[in-house]
Every structure is written in C-alpha cells, then in structure tokens.
Design a protein around this ligand. Sequence first.
Ligand code: PMP
Ligand code: GLN
Length: 388
Amino acid sequence: MPGTHTSIFDRTSLLARELGAINLGQGFPDLPEPRELLEAAQRALVERSNQYPPMRGLPELRQAVCHYYAREQGLELTPEEVVVTAGATGALAAAIFALLQPGEEAIAFQPFYDAYVPLVERAGGTVRALTLSAPDWGLPLDEIEAAIGPATRMIVLNTPNNPTGRLVDRASLEALGALCERHDLLLLCDEVWEGMIYGERRHVSALSVPALRDRTVKVGSAGKIFSLTGWKVGWAVATPPLAEALARQHQYLNFTIAAPLQWAVAEGLALPSQWHAAHRDRYAAARERLVRGLTPAGYAVLPADGTWFVTIDLAASGLPADDEAVAERMVREAGVAAIPVSAFYRDDPERSYLRLCFAKEDATLDEAVERLAEFRRTALPPHRRCPA
Ligand code: PMP
Ligand code: GLN
C-alpha cells in the first residue's frame, strides 16, 4: 500500500518493550481473560470440526450475533445479514472494497481509527476528512452536508469512538440518516466499542435508526466484547444485498475464520446480560482508578463514555501542547508509553492530546500514575510546578 507505514500502535509497543516501559499505548487488556470463552474454544478444538467453516461464518455464530444484538440493542436481524470476518478490520476492508468504487469518496471524521484512510485509498477512493472538536467531539452535521459532492458514496463513522471515547447520540444519528437518504449515501458504522460503555449513556446502533437500516454496514468485534484482541473474530451486519456484496470481497480476503474461535464466540455471545455487565464493570473500575490517580496529579482528563482509553489534555495539564514530544519524553523519562492523538489525524492534527489505555491490572495502573505524577512535577518549568 503506497503511503502506509508501521502503525503508531506497533511502533509504541515496540519502543515500550525495548525500554521496559509500562505500555498504556496500544489498546489491549492485561486483565484476566474470560474462562468461559477459553474453555469453549478448548472444547471446540477437540470436539468440533477443524475444517473450513462456511464462508460467511458458522450459522450458529451468525444466529448468536442476531440474538446478542436483539437482547443488548433491540435490533431485529436475520443470520443472512451477518458476515463473520477476520476481526473488525476484515469487516472494514470487505465493506470498503465492496461498496466504494475507484474515484468515489468517503467522508470520515478525524481523529479517526488508523485503518480507514489506507483501506479507502486501496479501494481507489479518497477520504474527505472532517474534524471533530474536543471536549464533545460531536458530529459537525452542517459541515457534512456541505462536504457532500457528486463523488461522495459513503460516510465512515465510529461510535463509541477510538480515540475520544465519545458516543454519537440518537438525534445526531437521525440527522445523519436524513442526510444519507437525501444524498443516497451508505454508512459504514464501526461500533466495535459497543460493549464497553461506562456511564449513564447508552449505545445507539446506526441500524436502529429507520433511515439508516438499509444503508448501514455495522461492524462488531469479539476481540473488544470479550477482551480477546488476539482472536481477531469480527463481523459485518447489513441488509442482505449489502451483506452479499461484502461477502464476495471477504471470500477473497480471508474466505473464512478459525472454526474453534467461532464456536467459542457464539457461546460467549449467548452468556446472559449480567455476565456481560460484570465483564464491563471490571473495566469501568480500571477507568475510575486511572482517572482518580491522574486528576490529583494535575492531569486534565477529558470526559468520555466508553472504550479502553482516556484522553488527557496536555495544555490544560500545564504541559507543552506537543503530543509526540511529550509521549517521547514520557516513555523515556517516566517509563510510560501513550499514544499521541495527532496520529489519528490526516490533516492539521491537534497536538494537545494523549491517549492512555486503562485496561490494566490495578498495580500496573498505580505504578503508571505514580510515574506520571512525578513526570508532570519534573517536566514543568519550576514556576509552573504544582505543589503536590
Ligand atoms: N475499529 C476500531 C475503532 C478499533 O478501535 C479497532 C481495534 N482497536 C478495530 C476497528 C479493529 O478491531 P479488530 O481487532 O477486531 O480487527
Ligand atoms: N485498535 C487498537 C488501538 O486502538 C490497536 C490495534 C492495532 O494495533 N492495529 O490501540
């Protein structure tokens, strides 16, 4: 792929390993992995077939995805609307390759997840990047309408959002739906963080908005729902003609996904809501722990609804608004790796934000907070140092 490079996530993890730093960069958990899923995979491996599963995914898993979304999000889906893919990344690739033709344009919102731009460009399309603004990172509806041109085919949205952690509310999705209808656009809605929401607010799936029901490809990931990022089992959900188009791409990208893991994910999705809530609570507690440590140490933490990430505002924390330079010093001087949010921009990046992953054991978070508190005390010029 021309113009691509090693991702910020890999680069950060590599540097953290080299330096022996605490890695709050790349988003992966080190909390205990759900036994139910590991045991289900083990059983499937010895008791079920290990040959090619059906191209679109095991019928049992596709059905389980429908039941899970019916229970958790009130969606009415049929298995023919589900295609099981190699993680959410496989679903994003298949959807973009299927639905975007060379010369067409996708509108996407920066800060955006790093896969969108290279995939659209690989499909021969271009990304029209619109910028979201802190602290709400809300959808700029007027700007979207103004950005739509004759080549615009698709909007790419991510809710809850990585890196900001914010949700898109129902009213904004409805407005977006009206706009997609008016201009006959498709929506690629990356909802991989749907299971990791902590406050009062609830996830609204684009598929629950009537105007978007037949125009949306919803993308999900078992890696996120079950904190098993290495499994790389994901799916796309869309009305049958869109699912069919996407499956035709999937058949030449991966054809099918590891059979035992599909069985295990099907079992996991069928676990009761209480199980899923308890799993999520462990992450809510981790989030709370990191925020409670960082705030008295003088860090300004932005509000967020979900994901495994918190964002700190460097300028508001009295640190230089130069995320790459601060991240570099943080990993080398304090031994804590973070992701500069400017990496999630294509044009004119914001440089005042750092993303930290909190999906870690208490002791790791406590040690990171201690190091970051010391870093802030010593990184500031003497007249601006906080008394603590
Ligand atoms: N989309 C977003 C917004 C993500 O944050 C991630 C992973 N962090 C992915 C897609 C990729 O998910 P997967 O590992 O299932 O391919
Ligand atoms: N999505 C993960 C993150 O945001 C990283 C995935 C990857 O390494 N490609 O940290």
